[in-house]
Unconditional design. Structure first.
Length: 196
């Protein structure tokens, strides 16, 4: 497999202490680097940016300077991996705010004729979404129909042209123990090596 340009987006909003999301991202990065892929990382919690508060600001306002390197890394990447914990059934608000800021007109999509969203700006990139959660992953997938992950895949990533999108759901995290964590880290290293 040819070397890929991989961007890891750490969406855990707490950067004060390491969490499972951080360990999984580190393992993915280790596997990718060992296989010869180029890896960049964006830690959303370490970026100071304001949340968008109006459509006008989103369409015509300037991207905050602190987010320009993140947007450039998205442009650079061939494969994007997002890591986040499931909070109240969805991605943390900080990650959602980050995605709203960087997925601006003229970058994530462009007008085509009378359609302001006519041309997807991030085609040619694939993605993986890695989500940790307290509930069993099967309950989230089958009972809740993985609604927030499906929304992210369809309404954000797919909307801007990122496809295919794979997902990894890590459930019952409080019950994993050291052996369970080691198993998931090994899976991440394997995925990183495959840029999958």
């Amino acid at each position: 497999m040819a070397a890929q340009r991989i961007l890891l987006i750490q969406g855990h909003p707490d950067s004060a202490a390491p969490h499972l999301c951080h360990a999984l991202a580190q393992a993915y990065a280790e596997g990718a680097a060992a296989a010869g892929h180029e890896v960049r990382e964006v830690d959303v919690a370490r970026i100071d940016f304001a949340l968008l508060r109006s459509q006008h600001e989103w369409e015509l306002g300037l991207l905050p300077a602190a987010l320009r390197p993140a947007q450039e890394s998205i442009r650079w990447a061939q494969h994007i991996v997002l890591f986040f914990p499931l909070w109240m059934g969805d991605m943390p608000a900080l990650l959602k705010g980050f995605l709203e800021q960087v997925a601006r007109p003229g970058f994530a999509f462009n007008a085509e004729g009378n359609n302001p969203f006519g041309r997807k700006g991030l085609t040619g990139r694939s993605a993986r979404v890695v989500v940790t959660m307290g509930m069993p992953a099967l309950v989230y997938r089958w009972y809740f129909r993985a609604h927030s992950v499906k929304s992210l895949e369809r309404n954000i990533l797919g909307f801007v042209g990122i496809a295919p999108v794979q997902e990894t759901l890590v459930g019952s995290v409080e019950l994993l123990g050291d052996a369970g964590v080691a198993k998931w880290k090994a899976r991440m290293r394997t995925l990183g090596a495959k840029a999958g």
